[in-house]
Write a protein that binds this ligand. Structure first.
Ligand SMILES: Cc1cc2nc3c(=O)[nH]c(=O)nc-3n(C[C@H](O)[C@H](O)[C@H](O)COP(=O)(O)O)c2cc1C
Length: 124
């Protein structure tokens, strides 16, 4: 793991999410659905983990080629994310910056900034 993802080290389980574009439907206008479907699966996995009192964080900060080699994942598969699964830890083990985020209020953008009605509006 890169040093920024030091917090993953104590996790007992890391799930590698990998797929290949031919394993799902490929439609016009670049609608390759394999990434979308893996996203749905990970979302449900995170909800279930939460239900079970666990924490599940997807991460993108890793060396995909190295992990694909270690896990013997074929070259044409995309290693989309690693999901770090663990029991809640002690915030005192986090860096100061991570502790602030972990213990801070969850801030959501107002709906008006993330949706448009009837026509596409690019994010400002
Ligand atoms: C696609 C994706 C990649 C992410 N990559 C990282 C990462 O490499 N390192 C990291 O600390 N958090 C990463 N995160 C954020 C964590 O998964 C998590 O969302 C964050 O710790 C806040 O979670 P919480 O608000 O549920 O506590 C990533 C999130 C997403 C959706």
């Amino acid at each position: 793991m890169p040093t920024g993802n030091y917090w993953t080290a104590p996790a007992p389980v890391i799930i590698a999410i990998t797929s290949q574009r031919d394993l799902d439907c490929k439609l016009s206008d670049k609608r390759d659905y394999f990434l979308f479907d893996c996203g749905i699966a990970v979302g449900n996995l995170m909800i279930q983990a939460t239900e079970m009192g666990l924490i599940a964080h997807p991460i993108a900060g890793y060396n995909p080629m190295k992990i694909k080699e270690i896990l013997k994942i074929p070259a044409d598969y995309v290693l989309i994310t690693l999901v770090i699964v663990a029991h809640p830890g002690d915030p005192a083990t986090l860096s100061k910056d991570h502790r602030v985020v972990e213990l801070g209020e969850r801030i959501r953008k107002p709906l008006v900034e993330v949706m448009a009605r009837n026509q596409f509006i690019a994010e400002a």
